[in-house]
Design a protein around this ligand. Sequence first.
Ligand code: MG
Length: 280
Amino acid sequence: MFGEILQRFLPKCIPGKMQPSRLKYYPKTNMKTFAPSILDLRRLSSFLFVGCLFGLPLKAAEPGEILPPEVAPKAVRTIAGSPPSDAIILFDGLDLSEWRGPNLGEAKWEVKNDVATVNGTGSIISKKEFADCQLHVEWATPKVVKGDGQDRGNSGIYIQNRYEVQILDSWNNETYHHGSAGSIYKQYAPLANASRPPGEGQTYDIFFHAPRFDPDGRLAKPATITVIHNGVLVQDNVEIKGTTVNSGAPKYTAHPLKMPILLQDHGNPVQFRNIWVRPL
Ligand code: MG
């Protein structure tokens, strides 16, 4: 008796082709041959929906298909022109309270009209320290052009206080290619010159993975970096060769996983605004 009930109802929950005889179970429907298949698919989807409600794991639809992770991605709110909701704000135009000046003193760059301007008081360094991170920086070289080559609109973002993404006025300004805007200083030239004219706002979006060192101080994994300059990919996941230096070969010196970010005072009044970080 129970077996008959099972035979009568269970096959309706199984796709049509698995039924021994479709017509046997749909004698009064007067539907065409494909109609039971549609009904079966509806029942199957209902079964899966109810299964999900009661916490049954969703199986792969195709052999070998990768199942979705159980943990949902973190929700991050984004508003056009604003930092993501989970970003750490390092400068929003108000003050340089997230930064220190030379010798751990006060950061003394001029802050006016939402902009911080390099003024010869020395490089500034973030109070917070970071390892792997996404970094957004907006900057502009001086509108009034002075100097040539490395002496025109020079600054830089020293990630972990030692790996420089160069800032330079590279608009009609000749210099060595691995020292221009978007370069990893004296290691990698940018893939393209995406520079805007002097005085115009520019952006860097940087994706950095910190180097790892063995307990004995030997390099276990070099740092890698991707840089997007004004929306253009200029560094594509390159391996940093060590501390960026002006002369000689770069080399690594062991340091903690987390280190601060330094903004360079190279003697040119470069401007900054909207600086934020997302630790990765
Ligand atoms: Mg520089």
